[in-house]
Every structure is written in structure tokens, then in C-alpha cells.
Design a protein around this ligand. Structure first.
Ligand SMILES: Nc1ncnc2c1ncn2[C@@H]1O[C@H](COP(=O)(O)OP(=O)(O)O)[C@@H](O)[C@H]1O
Ligand SMILES: [Mg+2]
Length: 252
């Protein structure tokens, strides 16, 4: 069977804007005065990344802040596109689980469930069928009828996670959400992901919590400054990260 995810020589460049000119007046001043002119500086967030993830495999992405983990996950989710290279994804990807992304702040938790699930392609009746499981897993109780702008980061994470895992996706992309929950909820999420892995789902998972990466992932990939340092056995990659980067970050 062909791999679930193929990342082939992927490069991602961002343009960092200095002296951002938002108004017409600022742009006009910039025409005459070099000092105030808007400049765009290219920045490579990812450089020549290649790997594959097999169906049913769980891959952990680890690396220091700013090493390109979230960018890589967004490329797989297709909310960003590579500057060079290509990414092939075989299977249905759940909306990427990233804090607060994909939610409309003025809408309630319930409305966001219906919106997210319908964007994913579920019919109203299909959503009705999983709605209660989503609410129950999220443990939001009556807060489900409150606009999500009033949620704490932990509540956001619980709702986002719960929606994504109940959509029956082939591929689950999880970015650091477990870091904000309490330990009991973290464990509950981990159990859920282990269950999904057992069902043959493919998972790409970012976490600073070494213990969780170790329990969930078959392999791990270490990114540093936009480059892939190594991909391989989880304990070996964690060891490598500990010796190469700030050791405190990975302490559970
Ligand atoms: N939309 C963007 N515009 C400009 N720079 C960005 C953008 N998104 C990410 N970056 C930069 O790319 C680098 C990698 O970011 P990110 O993928 O979020 O790292 P990580 O998730 O590993 O902490 C960082 O230096 C970040 O500032
Ligand atoms: Mg990140």
C-alpha cells in the first residue's frame, strides 16, 4: 500500500514584513523616505524536508520552538502550501487540532461543532449522531451553549480535540494541544489516540511531553532550524534532542 503521507523535498519560505505600511499615508511616506519603506525579508521556515508516514503509523515531531513543527503540520493539513517540493496525502484528514484554530469566536461550542463537522463533509444527520459523544468527551457541559470567545485555552483544546477525533478521520494531526489540559484530561486524550491508532488511523503528533510521544508514536522526527536532523526510533530521537537542545523543555 502507498504511504498515507509523502513529504518530498519540501521547502517553506515566509516573507517577514518590516516597517509594515498599513495605511495609504504610510505607503506615501515610504515613496519618498527609504527609512520608512516597507521591506520584505525572505525566511526559510523549512528546508528540504522529506519523509513518509505509513497508514496506521503514529509519527511524533519534536524540536525547539521555532524549528518548523507547526508549519510542517499545516502543510500536511493544506492550510499552507510549500514554496518548493510536494506533499501527497492519502486519506481524509481531520481538521488540524491546534489551539483555537477553525473556531468562530462569536459562535457557541454547539454551533462550532456543526460548522466544523459540516466543513469536513458530514451531513446534518451524521452530525446529530456524533454530537452527544463530542460534547460528552469535551466535558464542557452547559458551556457548550456559550460563545467560544469566553472559553479558556483548556476548554478550546478539549472541544477541538473532541471534534477532530469523532469525525472518523483517516489521518489525525495534533499540535501541542495536550500541553494546556490538566493531567487527567491529557491521559484521556492519550487513551483516545491510542485507541484510534489501534483502529489503524495515521497520526502526526507534536508534543513537548517526551513521555506521551514515547507511548503514542512508532517513530519520531527531530527538526531544528527548519531542517530535519533525524527520523527514527522514538527514544533515540528524544535522546538526540535532549543532548542537542535545551534539556529542560522535554522533561515531563
Ligand atoms: N505566517 C508566518 N509568517 C512569517 N513567519 C512565520 C509564519 N509562521 C511561522 N513563521 C516562522 O517560522 C518559524 C517556524 O515556526 P513554527 O512552525 O511555528 O515553529 P514551531 O511550531 O516548531 O515552534 C518561526 O521562526 C516562525 O516565526
Ligand atoms: Mg508550534
Amino acid at each position: 500500500m502507498l504511504p498515507a503521507i509523502e513529504v518530498r523535498h519540501v521547502w517553506k519560505q515566509f516573507l517577514i514584513r518590516h516597517n509594515r505600511a498599513d495605511s495609504l499615508k504610510e505607503r506615501f511616506i515610504g515613496l519618498f523616505n527609504q527609512r520608512y519603506r516597507e521591506r520584505c525579508e525572505p525566511f526559510w521556515a523549512l528546508r528540504d524536508i522529506s519523509f513518509t508516514v505509513e497508514h496506521g503509523e503514529a509519527l511524533g515531531l519534536i524540536g525547539p520552538n521555532g524549528s518548523g513543527k507547526s508549519t510542517l503540520l499545516r502543510l500536511i493539513a493544506r492550510t499552507l502550501y510549500p514554496t518548493k517540493g510536494e506533499i501527497i496525502v492519502r486519506g481524509r484528514v481531520a481538521p488540524m487540532i491546534e489551539l483555537g484554530v477553525g473556531f468562530h469566536h462569536e459562535l457557541t461550542g454547539q454551533e462550532n461543532i456543526y460548522l466544523n463537522a459540516s466543513l469536513y463533509g458530514l451531513t446534518r444527520r451524521e452530525i446529530d449522531r456524533v454530537y452527544h459523544d463530542i460534547v460528552e468527551f469535551s466535558e464542557l457541559g452547559e458551556f457548550i451553549d456559550v460563545p467560544v470567545k469566553n472559553y479558556s485555552t483548556g476548554m478550546y483544546a478539549r472541544l477541538g480535540f473532541s471534534i477532530a477525533v469523532h469525525l472518523d478521520p483517516d489521518i489525525l494531526l495534533v499540535d501541542e494541544v495536550l500541553a494546556v489540559g490538566d493531567e487527567r484530561f491529557q491521559n484521556k486524550c492519550l487513551e483516545k489516540m491510542l485507541e484510534l491508532r489501534k483502529q489503524g488511523k495515521t497520526i502526526v503528533f507534536i508534543s513537548h511531553i517526551a513521555e506521551i510521544v514515547q507511548r503514542l508514536c512508532d517513530r519520531a522526527c527531530l527538526l531544528m532550524q527548519g531542517r530535519m536532523v533525524e527520523l527514527g526510533e522514538v527514544s533515540k530521537i528524544i535522546e538526540l534532542y535532549r543532548s542537542a537542545a535545551a534539556p529542560r523543555v522535554l522533561t515531563p
